[in-house]
Design a protein around this ligand. Sequence first.
Ligand code: ZN
Length: 232
Amino acid sequence: MTETGALVLFSGGQDSATCLAWALDRFDQVETLGFAYGQRHRVELDCREGLRVGTAALDPRFAARLGPDHTLDLGVLGEVSETALTRDTAIAMGAEGLPNTFVPGRNLVFLTFAAALAYRRGLRHIVAGMCETDYSGYPDCRDDTIKALQVALNLGMDRRFVLETPLMFIDKAETWRMAERIGGAELVELIRTQSHSCYLGDRTQEHDWGHGCGTCPACELRAAGWRRYRGG
Ligand code: ZN
């Protein structure tokens, strides 16, 4: 087990791109993991390599630390859940007060597979971009959920994994500020242009905050965060 090794859950979105830079700034050995689960915004997976290469190019330290990329096929998630993230239906609010983009158990499954991979790769830290602050109410983004899962994974695998969630208590504007602190304006520009957030997978329209349809909840959240970040 490498005490200073980390596995980053790396989807290709703004949050995970920031988490990658955060991890490269901190750990000696950093590997990345992406999931294909039948998401409509599958285009986000295509953004991953450009972000990896671009981030490594910012700092020789980062380049030396960045290790292999892994992708796992979790298409079964799309089979068990009828949600607007994996089906061609309109994004709307459900009766439970959760948007129908919620894929039940998604982060639990992601982190469990991440831990299994980290076990095999001998990496101690698992870095993920879950956030309580503007998380659309997804219960598996809550800090309590992640802490409970850390206990369960360590008991179940007899390891001392640390689940790191550096964005848990900050909003999207502060996430941009974090990127700026770690990698300056160059990293902000890389994430703005290369990362993908739009649930509909639209990369044909460019806005000052990046690419996307501009109207889905993920685009609205990203646009609002960018405005607050630029505003001060
Ligand atoms: Zn969108």
